[in-house]
Design a protein around this ligand. Structure first.
Ligand SMILES: [Mg+2]
Length: 279
């Protein structure tokens, strides 16, 4: 029987392979408008564990595996990679059909969990930052997340952030986070119509995997310690910039190479020191 995956697209179905990117383009090309790609968990929102709870419930419902995520570090991984790891750890035979079944049940539970978002919160400074960047015509913002697309949508809708994003690359596109950057840049080109390049692309994330994804694609890594890693842990991965949070809007705009705007005046909420990772 031919399998049709609703949740993770077969990589061969994608039409990205015939396009090429200037992956070796020098950094900091000011002639390029910046593309800012945001991770979701720990960067835009802390969901209060709704994702891990939903996935845990899915494995219980389908396989009667209790606490399926115990011993598995989730940070920075794609949903597909996490599920594969759980299958392996519990000796369950992995197939794409089984994976998609888990993801379907996971989404059902995630939608339930998201009805009460009171345990989670939007990360500091994110709302004014997204409001600012979304309203500008000299940059573009997108998502770069290990969540499958529908999972990202559920989580971000729960916190009122989905409306800021018109494109992204998701765990439903690739198994490895590093491979998502190319997808995001191509989608940005298609959606916005500008010639974005990795050398003017900023990957904003809270884990070493986000930093590595930026590094592997010659993008800028903007790390923020609002998720599962401390400043010290992130600093050791040598991001281009490291923030405690993204509350200092003028500083973030400066890092992105964007001139300030009148909106900044009332948006300096929770400003924190930013440090240049490669000083
Ligand atoms: Mg994250």
């Amino acid at each position: 029987m031919a399998e049709t995956s609703h949740w993770i697209q077969d990589m061969n179905e994608r039409s990205l392979s015939d396009k090429s990117l200037d992956l070796g383009r020098p950094r900091g090309n000011n002639s390029q408008r910046p593309l800012v790609l945001f991770d979701v968990d720990g960067t835009l929102v802390n969901t209060g564990g709704m994702g891990s709870q939903a996935l845990s419930l899915a494995f219980w419902e389908l396989y009667e595996i209790e606490d399926a995520l115990d011993g598995i570090r989730l940070h920075g991984k794609t949903d597909g990679a996490i599920i594969r790891e759980i299958f392996r750890q519990h000796g369950v035979h992995w197939t794409t059909i089984a994976r998609d079944e888990v993801l379907a049940v996971y989404l059902e539970h995630l939608r339930q969990e998201a009805k009460d978002s009171s345990l989670g919160s939007v990360c500091p400074g994110i709302l004014p930052l997204l409001e600012e960047l979304h309203g500008r015509d000299d940059c573009a913002i997108g998502l770069l997340t290990g969540n499958i697309e529908r999972g990202a949508e559920v989580k971000l809708r729960a916190f009122g952030l989905w409306r800021y994003f018109s494109f992204g690359a998701y765990g439903s596109d690739r198994l490895k986070r590093s491979d998502l950057v190319e997808v995001a840049v191509l989608r940005a080109r298609e959606m916005v119509g500008w010639d974005f390049v990795p050398g003017a692309t900023f990957v904003v994330g809270d884990t070493p995997a986000d930093i590595q994804a930026a590094r592997n694609n010659d993008c800028f890594a903007l790390a923020v310690a609002t998720g599962g890693y401390t400043r010290g842990e992130l600093q050791r991965c040598k991001p281009d910039w490291l923030f405690s949070d993204l509350g200092d809007l003028p500083k973030v705009l400066d890092v992105l190479g964007l001139p300030g705007s009148p909106r900044e005046a009332g948006a300096g909420i929770g400003a924190r020191e930013a440090s240049k990772g490669r000083a």
